[in-house]
Design a protein. Structure first.
Ligand code: IVH
Length: 664
C-alpha cells in the first residue's frame, strides 16, 4: 500500500503541480483502484497521507479555531507609481544593503497556512483575523496541489493562496445556474465558499488549487533570500507561481507591473495586483514591521475594471432543465478588452436584491475576468417614473405558467414538452462531451424540430437525406456529412449517451462513473438509489435524479427507440487501442497556447487538442513541445524562442486539428 501510494502521489504531483503528466489516466486509475481495494480489505492500515483521502471525509459540526504561532500579517497597498517610488525611498532609508526586489503576482484567493510535522500534512487553516483562524484541514486535504507528505521529513509551516481557476469558476456557476442554485460573484468567493464547507466531499469536487509564497519562519531554515526559499519550496513539493521576477530597481518593478496590466486577463486565475518584496532576508529583518504589515513589502493594486451603461431590456431564456434565466440587454460599452452589450442576471433573486429596473444606469464588471455582470445600480440617476421590474409569470416560449420551487432561486417552466427545453436538450445531446455529432448546430436542430422532422433525440437516428434537404442552406454534401456523423455516434460508449440524455444533476464525470459501474443502460435503469450513491463521489442527489428519470414510461420508450435504431448502450471504456489509434501531431505532446486566438477560443482549442491526445499546459518549459502563438503573444513566446521550442501560428494549429482523427 505504501508503494502504491508513493507512486500515485508522485504521478499526481507531476500532473497537478508541475503540469507534466507521466502516465495515462487509465494507468493512474488502475493503480488507484488497486489501492482502494487494499484499503477496503485492510481499513486499519489506511495511510494518513493516502491519496484516497483526497475525496473528502466525514461531515463536520463546525470548524475549530487555530491560533497562528506566527501571525499572518497583511500588506500595505500602493495604487500608482508614486506610491512605489515612496516605498523604494523608505526602504533605502532603512537599510544600507543593496536591494533587489522579488515581484510576485498577487493571487486573488484565500490566504492559507499549512503545517507539516515530520513531513506529514497535519493542519491547514484560514487566515481569520491574522491571529486566530479556522481549522480547514479536511477541506485542504482534497486540494490536489497541496502535498500530504513532503519529500523530506520537515517540520515546517508554509503560507500561500488557495484559489479557483477562472474556467472552473465559470463552469461551476453554469452548473449552479442550471440547477437553480445561487451563483458565486467571483472566483474568490467561490474559493471561499468551497473552503467553508463542512462536508469536504463538496470541496473535493470544486477544483481548487494553490500557490505557496512563503515559509512562516524562514530563519529556521537556511534560506538567504525569498527567491531561494521559493526554489526550495518547489523542490519540497509545493506549487509555486512561475511568473515571479527578480528586479534590480523600482523602475524594473514598474515595467513588470505595466506588462501584467493587460497580460493578467490571459492568466488561468485571477490576480488583483502585484506583490513587491525585498528579496534578501537579512535586509527584511533590518527594515522590519509595523503592527499590521511588513515594511519590506507592498502590494500594488490594479484598479477594478468597471464600466457604466444603461439597461434597455431584460430577456428571459429557457434552459434544458426548464430554468428560466434573465439576461440584461444594455447599451454597448467597452470593458477589459471587449465590447459588452449583454450580461446574465442569473436569477430572479438577484434582480430583486439589486433592485434592477429597466432604464437603470448600472456599473458592470467581468466576473472571473470573463463574464460580464452588473455590480450595482446607480440609483441616483433614476428617473421619477422608474418602477420595480415586473417578473414574467409565463414561459416566454410555451406560455405555460412558471413555478418557483422552494429551495431554489430559479423560476422554472414545468412543461416537459416546452419547445425551448426540447431544443436545448437536442443541442446538449449532440454536443462534444455528449454524442458529439458534428454539423448539427442550433439552427439546423431548430429547423428540424420546427418542421416536425424530429421531436426527440431518438428521431435523429431515422432522419433521411430527403428530410435534411428541405432545410435552409443544407445541400447534398452537408446532408451526407450529417448522416455520417449521426451514424458514427451510434458506436459511442454508454457514458456519452447517459450524459447526452441531459438528466438533471448528471454531468459528464458522473455519467462516466455510473456507466463504468453498471456497464450497460439496462444496468443503470435497474439500479436502486443505494447502489448508485454507493459509487465514490456520487451523492444521493444524483442517485435520486437518475432513479426518478428512468422510472418515467416515456423515458423507457425513448431508450427502446434508441436501441431499436442501433445506438450502442454498453460501456466500452477507453481502451489502450483507442488511444493508440489517434493520429495527430498533438499525440503525447505538451502544448502551450498563448496570445489571442481567433478561430477557436482558448477553451475550445484546449478541448480539441486534448481529444487528439495532447496535453495543454499554462507555462512554457523545456518539456513543452509546441507553443501556439496567437496575436499579440508576449513573454511565453519569448521564452519559447529562447528555449528553441517549435512555434506554430494559429493557422497551423487549426490545420493540424482539422487534419487529425479524434478520440471519442
Ligand atoms: S505575501 C506578510 N505574496 O495578499 C504578508 N501575499 O494583502 C505576506 N497574497 O493575506 C503576504 N498573493 O492572502 C504575499 N504572492 C503573494 C500573495 C499574497 C496573494 C495575499 C495574501 C495576503 C494578502 C495581503
Amino acid at each position: 500500500m505504501e508503494a502504491l501510494n508513493k507512486q500515485l502521489t508522485d504521478w499526481a504531483h507531476d500532473y497537478y503541480v508541475i503540469d507534466q503528466p507521466k502516465v495515462s489516466d487509465a494507468d493512474y486509475d488502475k493503480m488507484y483502484h488497486e489501492l482502494v481495494t487494499l484499503e477496503q480489505a485492510n481499513p486499519d492500515f489506511i495511510l494518513a497521507d493516502s491519496i484516497t483521502q483526497r475525496v473528502g471525509g466525514e461531515v463536520l459540526q463546525g470548524f475549530n479555531k487555530v491560533t497562528h504561532q506566527i501571525p499572518m500579517m497583511s500588506l500595505n497597498n500602493a495604487f500608482n507609481k508614486n506610491d512605489l517610488l515612496d516605498f523604494d525611498t523608505r526602504i533605502k532609508k532603512l537599510t544600507d544593503r543593496h536591494i533587489d526586489y522579488m515581484v510576485e503576482l498577487k493571487i486573488d484567493g484565500l490566504a492559507i497556512n499549512l503545517r507539516y510535522v515530520n513531513g506529514q500534512f497535519v493542519q491547514g487553516a484560514t487566515r481569520g483575523d491574522g491571529v486566530i483562524g479556522e481549522d480547514i484541514t479536511q477541506n485542504l486535504k482534497t486540494v490536489k496541489s497541496i502535498p500530504l507528505k513532503l519529500k523530506e521529513p520537515l517540520n515546517i509551516e508554509v503560507r500561500g493562496e488557495c484559489y479557483m481557476p477562472k474556467q472552473s469558476f465559470i463552469q461551476l456557476n453554469e452548473q449552479r445556474e442550471a440547477d437553480g442554485d445561487n451563483v458565486f460573484a467571483n472566483p474568490r468567493n467561490a474559493a471561499a465558499g468551497s473552503l467553508r464547507q463542512l462536508d469536504s466531499k463538496v470541496t473535493a469536487k470544486r477544483n481548487l488549487s494553490t500557490f505557496i509564497y512563503t515559509v512562516a519562519s524562514p530563519e529556521a531554515f537556511d534560506f538567504k533570500t525569498q527567491n531561494d526559499s521559493l526554489i526550495d519550496l518547489a523542490k519540497t513539493g509545493f506549487n509555486i507561481n512561475s511568473e515571479r521576477k527578480l528586479c534590480q530597481s523600482i523602475d524594473e518593478v514598474w515595467d513588470y507591473i505595466e506588462n501584467f496590466r493587460d497580460k493578467r486577463h490571459q492568466l488561468d486565475y485571477e490576480i488583483d495586483g502585484i506583490v513587491i518584496k525585498v528579496n534578501d532576508f537579512q535586509a527584511q529583518q533590518e527594515i522590519g514591521y509595523t503592527v499590521k504589515a511588513p515594511r519590506w513589502a507592498i502590494a500594488y493594486k490594479f484598479p477594478a475594471e468597471e464600466a457604466e451603461t444603461v439597461i434597455r431590456d431584460i430577456e428571459w431564456t429557457v434552459g434544458r432543465t426548464g430554468v428560466v434565466t434573465p439576461t440584461a440587454v444594455m447599451d454597448p460599452v467597452s470593458l477589459a478588452g471587449t465590447t459588452v452589450a449583454r450580461a446574465s442576471l442569473h436569477n430572479m433573486d438577484l434582480i430583486m436584491e439589486k433592485d434592477i429596473r429597466l432604464l437603470d444606469h448600472v456599473m458592470i464588471h467581468k466576473a472571473g475576468d470573463i463574464i460580464p455582470e452588473v455590480t450595482r445600480v446607480l440609483t441616483e440617476k433614476r428617473d421619477d417614473t422608474s418602477v420595480s421590474y415586473e417578473f414574467p409569470t409565463h414561459c416566454p416560449t410555451c406560455e405555460s405558467e412558471l413555478e418557483r420551487i422552494e429551495s431554489e432561486v430559479a423560476l422554472r417552466c414545468m412543461n416537459p414538452m416546452c419547445p425551448a427545453q426540447i431544443k436545448e436538450g437536442l443541442n446538449h445531446f449532440v454536443s462534444r462531451n455528449a454524442m458529439n455529432i458534428d454539423g448539427l448546430g442550433p439552427r439546423v436542430l431548430e429547423q428540424m424540430y420546427d418542421k416536425g422532422i424530429i421531436k426527440n433525440v431518438a428521431d435523429l437516428y431515422v432522419v433521411t437525406e430527403e428530410e435534411l434537404l428541405t432545410l435552409d442552406k443544407i445541400k447534398e454534401k452537408s446532408a451526407n456529412n450529417i448522416l455520417t456523423a449521426i451514424s458514427n455516434s451510434k458506436t459511442n460508449s454508454l457514458e456519452k449517451l447517459l450524459f447526452g440524455l441531459g438528466i438533471h444533476h448528471v454531468g459528464a464525470k458522473a455519467a462516466k462513473l455510473i456507466s463504468e459501474n453498471f456497464q450497460s443502460i439496462e444496468g443503470v435503469m435497474a439500479a436502486e438509489q443505494e447502489a448508485i450513491s454507493a459509487i465514490d463521489t456520487i451523492g444521493p442527489v444524483i442517485a435520486d435524479s437518475l432513479v426518478k428519470y428512468f422510472s418515467n414510461d416515456e423515458v423507457k420508450e425513448l431508450i427502446a427507440e434508441l436501441k431499436q435504431a442501433g445506438v450502442n448502450t454498453d460501456y466500452l471504456g477507453q481502451t489502450a487501442a483507442d488511444i493508440a489509434n489517434v493520429d495527430s501531431p498533438f499525440k503525447d505532446k505538451t502544448i502551450v497556447l498563448t496570445g489571442k486566438l481567433t478561430h477557436f477560443n482558448r477553451n475550445e482549442a484546449k478541448e480539441r487538442i486534448e481529444a487528439l491526445g495532447g496535453k495543454v499546459t499554462g507555462s512554457v518549459s523545456k518539456k513543452t513541445d509546441i507553443v501556439v502563438a496567437g496575436e499579440e503573444a508576449g513573454s511565453k513566446l519569448e521564452k519559447a524562442e529562447k528555449l528553441e521550442i517549435t512555434i506554430w501560428n494559429e493557422a497551423q494549429m487549426v490545420e493540424a486539428i482539422e487534419n487529425s482523427t479524434e478520440l471519442n
